[in-house]
Design a protein around this ligand. Structure first.
Ligand SMILES: *Cc1c(COP(=O)(O)O)cnc(C)c1O
Length: 235
């Protein structure tokens, strides 16, 4: 996999995003593509930036920090970094040091409180989504929807955390249609929460990966997180 095919892959993914959006009567520009660069070297990111890509996703804060913040090659590059993986409490500081444009994966009260406190100490606000376990699979991170309903008042009251919506990862199945009910469930949960708490922003739905992003867009995704279809398989 070398840089020329990254540019071609990106173009192809944008075409597929546009086609899925138009099928659903949506505007392609209303969908943000996060290029998931985890495990791949900076060179791959640089090739994507050269092709016009701005938003990148990493799932481990240390790797994100090493690649995008500490790396001298990244200095001066223009990008927006999304943290999309579960954050352990002891990694909260380094997560914040990544200056993420959005954390997609707030999955429990403890990490929400910790990030809020750190953001407060540093005088910054953190934009974030809540990760929901819509499938109920034990292996998945995220809130069971029932818990979210009663824990939401505390989450919404955290002064330095600004929530913008929900994220989910459905159980993996090579057939993208299998994911559709989970994407619908996330959208419906969002609609419920938005009517219960109308004074907050619920606009963002982060759902869809390489094999199912088109279905996710048909069901309302505003952010898709795509790695393999852009950068190739991870080692
Ligand atoms: C790795 C990852 C992705 C991208 O997965 P692909 O199948 O490579 O597109 C998306 N979201 C999260 C949370 C991930 O960890």
């Amino acid at each position: 996999m070398n840089p020329p095919s990254i540019a071609q892959n990106l173009q192809r993914v944008y075409e597929r995003i546009a086609a899925a959006a138009l099928r659903a009567g949506r505007r392609p520009a209303d969908i943000t593509l996060v290029a998931v660069s985890k495990t791949h070297p900076w060179d791959y990111v640089a090739a994507a930036i050269a092709a016009g890509q701005t938003d990148f996703g990493e799932n481990r804060p240390e790797e994100a920090h090493a690649k995008f913040i500490e790396n001298p090659d990244a200095a001066g590059a223009s990008f927006r970094l999304h943290l999309i993986g579960p954050i352990q409490s002891r990694k909260a500081k380094i997560a914040l040091a990544c200056r993420p444009v959005l954390i997609h994966s707030i999955d429990r009260l403890k990490i929400a409180r910790k990030l809020d406190a750190l953001a407060g100490e540093q005088g910054v606000a953190l934009d974030a989504l809540l990760e929901v376990n819509v499938s109920g699979e034990a292996s998945k991170h995220g809130w069971p929807p029932a818990d979210l309903h009663w824990q939401l008042p505390e989450l919404l009251a955290l002064p330095h955390l600004r929530l913008h919506g929900l994220m989910t990862i459905p159980p993996y199945d090579p057939d993208p249609e299998t994911a559709r009910p989970y994407f619908i469930a996330l959208r419906e949960l969002r609609d419920d929460l938005a009517s219960e708490h109308p004074d907050h922003d619920w606009s963002q739905l982060s759902m869809g990966m390489s094999h199912d992003f088109e279905v996710a867009i048909e069901e309302g995704a505003t952010i898709v997180r795509v790695g393999t279809a852009i950068f190739g398989p991870r080692g």
